[in-house]
Design a protein around this ligand. Structure first.
Ligand SMILES: NC(=O)c1ccc[n+]([C@@H]2O[C@H](COP(=O)([O-])OP(=O)(O)OC[C@H]3O[C@@H](n4cnc5c(N)ncnc54)[C@H](OP(=O)(O)O)[C@@H]3O)[C@@H](O)[C@H]2O)c1
Length: 271
């Protein structure tokens, strides 16, 4: 069953992006959200900007919430927040955490209740577009129905084993960064070859969007489309030869491996 009352603890950048996307996509109404933040200005801002509930006691918000979202930073007072949740929230109330690097086991120690549904999420940051996957790991008491609508309100979701969260972070959630950099480099290549910047930029964007649409539309593997485009001794295969000489694929793959490794290192520092 979809959550009716959703209470955020921490009303910073991530909470705002999630709330904004959920409301604008029509998944949740503003009245379903409440936010607690030690910074009063954030509550006022979120209330005035999005119309979410501002006047409530923490006790009441936790007692009536169907879903509690932990959106504070790893170094913030998780123990204090967990104590309040244990004290006021029903033992079956699901807690969803976007706090980077904090495991379900650690969260369980904070938010109490042996049978509490806990969902650890690495949120997608393409929130306003409705695209991009968040990764969600559930403990044994959590069910997809607790969070599916909510998570699909700011993109899409893939459910996964918690052991894959770091890989999902370095590869998937960091994913737009690789694409942004590719697009920037491609547009620079157009400028280097002599096209005006704006034209090079528009062509790069269109080609990236078009290539994705073509892969989806045709159902073909990239190599099959490359074979169609690369005629013998032609333009495409000459360009491809240089790209291969540049260590392009291995460089990208090393970059993803470095991101995954760093995610794990940061998680170890926090646990
Ligand atoms: N931003 C992203 O792109 C992103 C992506 C993936 C995951 N995350 C995760 O999302 C979480 C939030 O990140 P963020 O970027 O939204 O951080 P943020 O903008 O710093 O927001 C955190 C908010 O929580 C408040 N806060 C701190 N302790 C609190 C407490 N005990 N009770 C209530 N509110 C408290 C902070 O207030 P003060 O500033 O006054 O301390 C701040 O307003 C982090 O754990 C991060 O790892 C973020």
């Amino acid at each position: 069953m979809a959550a009716k009352k959703i209470h955020f603890i921490g009303g910073g950048q991530m909470a705002e992006a999630i709330i904004r996307a959920n409301i604008s996509k029509g998944i949740n109404e503003a009245a379903q959200f409440s936010v607690a933040d030690i910074n009063e200005e954030r509550i006022t801002f979120l209330s005035e900007t999005y119309g979410i509930e501002a006047a409530f006691s923490q006790e009441e918000a936790l007692a009536t919430a169907d879903l509690i979202i932990l959106a504070i930073r790893p170094q913030d007072d998780l123990a204090g927040v967990g104590e309040a949740i244990s004290q006021y929230a029903g033992s079956g109330t699901a807690v969803l955490s976007v706090v980077a690097g904090v495991t379900i086991q650690t969260l369980g120690g904070y938010v109490g209740g042996q049978e509490r549904p806990i969902i650890r999420v690495i949120p997608n940051t393409l929130t306003d577009t409705g695209l991009g996957y968040s990764g969600a790991a559930l403990n044994v008491y959590a069910r997809k129905e607790h969070v599916d609508d909510f998570l699909n309100g700011f993109g899409k979701v893939q459910y996964l084993e918690e052991s894959l969260i770091d890989i999902f972070t370095g590869y998937g959630v960091a994913g737009p960064n690789y694409v942004y950099y590719f697009i920037e480099s491609l547009a620079d290549a157009g400028v280097l070859a002599g096209l005006p910047r704006e034209q090079a930029w528009q062509v790069a964007l269109e080609n990236v969007a078009g290539a994705v649409a073509m892969l989806r539309h045709s159902g073909l593997h990239p190599r099959q489309l490359l074979d169609i485009n690369n005629s013998p001794g032609g333009v495409g295969i000459h360009a491809f030869y240089e790209l291969n000489n540049s260590d392009f694929a291995a460089g990208l793959q090393r970059s993803v491996k470095a991101a995954v490794k760093r995610t794990t290192e940061l998680g170890q520092v926090r646990s």
